[in-house]
Design a protein around this ligand. Structure first.
Ligand code: ZN
Length: 479
């Protein structure tokens, strides 16, 4: 909804959570991933609070874009959608997104979709025209409430998939009506299902309503999606489902804002439709993207830029260094004995940071404030690290774990994510020092020393290659 409201699931501690997933016809872009990261933080926080979240995220594996891709690439629907579903799961894994309990695909729910359309027909909420079935929006008194639409003033209601006029627009009684089932057309190729509705395929909106009904019954506690889905997608889901059940479809809606790239809207024509694997080249960059998204207010538009990524990278590196220092202190001090208690100062610091986390997250997932609290912990504890006892360190370490349960920013990417070209290990400082000395020797035209240093570098297992007008390139020699 447009306002903050207390969260009240129907049967606590159980929470039914449905999120609109990707259309698996191509790699998802960073705007899509903002949505999946928003769902992830929401789910992590509810789980942290003790709710038992059952999360279902659909995969749209049939629509106009998919049919166009199949025709273009000469592959089957299964081949195309399996490929991009697999890529989607790899990307989620790389972003440390907790898996949903189920990822149902639209094509696996043709039966429930058919049942729902028949139920809408029997109550005259839907009508048939040339083998296609449409929802009659005039039968839905509450239509437009979620998106606060001015229904009377609405003139256009172009068909789903981008405003191109189609046979659909001539068949619909009103431009606001939307397709539940689309009659087979020759351009659909061999993509069709034969049901009691005739030969054809489901519309987009009905799949989410049908799946929610299959998994959760008449009503879902929490339904999430990008802000672009409010209208018409979620509005249509409400209309269909409530026309069938007569009950409130969804108790709480969560919508995340857009991602812009360099202050421009992402679009295929501008070539700024950034995918995860095309944009981020190292594990740190992928984690920095997660950090960037999850520490921003989810409802606001988010502007992605190289500067924003660099800032997130450096913030994350600072946190990484702090966390490593805490680990190292824990190792060198050994376990705290049972009599040791943390100092009152450290106790007070950790308590106030964790309280802040709780207050922030309970305030409509105020993650900027939550991450500020993590930074406070770091800034105040870091200078004291050399003086802390094992009990102090254990407390700080467990506080870091708590923050990480919620924000999920400290993790290792799956090794396979970047394929064979893994991130090269950093060059050790003593090698960098030798390279530096060699450059100085060369500047002084002290060739003997420069050659000697090159031999030393080679003996240490590294190669140094001079680059005209730039820093020398250092690479590890193969064993
Ligand atoms: Zn949906």
């Amino acid at each position: 909804s447009r306002s903050k409201e207390p969260f009240s699931p129907e049967c606590p501690p159980k929470v039914s959570f449905y999120s609109c997933g990707p259309t698996v016809y191509d790699f998802a872009h960073i705007g899509n991933f903002r949505a999946f990261l928003t769902y992830d933080v929401l789910k992590r926080w509810l789980t942290f609070l003790g709710f038992d979240v059952e999360h279902v995220c659909n995969l749209t594996d049939i629509d106009d874009k998919i049919i166009a891709r199949i025709a273009r690439d000469g592959v089957s629907l299964q081949e195309l959608t399996d490929k991009y579903a697999a890529a989607f799961f790899e990307d989620l894994d790389a972003l440390n997104v907790m898996p949903a309990d189920a990822y149902p695909r639209a094509t696996e729910y043709i039966g429930p979709i058919e049942d729902m359309v028949k139920s809408l027909l029997s109550s005259s909420a839907a009508y048939e025209e040339n083998g296609s079935y449409y929802f009659d929006v005039s039968k839905s008194a509450k239509y437009g409430r979620l998106a606060r639409l001015d229904i009377e003033g609405m003139q256009d209601g172009a068909s789903e998939g981008g405003g191109m006029s189609s046979s659909e627009d001539f068949e619909k009684r009103s431009p606001r009506d939307f397709a539940l089932w689309k009659a087979y057309k020759p351009q659909d190729g061999d993509v069709s299902w034969t049901t009691s509705l005739g030969k054809g395929r489901p519309g987009w909106h009905i799949e989410c309503s049908a799946m929610i009904r299959e998994f959760f019954g008449d009503s879902v506690d929490l339904h999430a999606g990008g802000i672009d889905l409010v209208f018409p997608h979620h509005e249509n889901e409400i209309a269909q489902s409530e026309a069938v059940t007569g009950k409130q479809f969804c108790r709480h809606w969560v919508h995340n804002g857009f991602v812009n790239v360099n202050n421009e809207k992402m679009s295929k024509s501008k070539g700024n439709f950034l995918t995860l694997r095309g944009t981020f080249k190292t594990p740190l960059e992928v984690r920095a993207f997660r950090y960037f998204v999850v520490t921003s207010q989810y409802r606001m538009p988010l502007n992605f830029s190289p500067e924003a990524l660099a800032a997130s990278k450096s913030a994350l590196q600072r946190l990484d260094r702090f966390r490593t220092a805490v680990f190292e202190a824990a190792v060198s001090l050994g376990p705290a004995s049972s009599e040791d208690a943390p100092s009152p100062e450290i106790q007070a610091l950790v308590e106030s940071c964790l309280d802040n986390l709780q207050v922030a997250m309970n305030d409509d997932l105020n993650t900027p404030r939550a991450s500020a609290s993590l930074f406070t912990l770091m800034k105040k504890a870091q200078p004291q690290l050399p003086d802390l006892t094992a009990a102090d360190i254990a407390l700080v370490s467990s506080a870091l774990d708590t923050f990480n349960r919620v924000l999920g920013v400290f993790y290792d990417l799956p090794l396979s994510y970047f394929g064979s070209d893994e991130e090269p290990a950093p060059v050790p400082p003593h090698i960098l020092e030798l390279v530096h000395l060699r450059a100085e020797a060369k500047d002084k035209k002290d060739w003997a020393t420069a050659d000697q240093l090159r031999d030393d570098i080679t003996a240490a297992g590294y190669a140094v290659k001079d680059v005209k007008g730039g820093d020398p390139v250092i690479s590890k020699l193969e064993d």
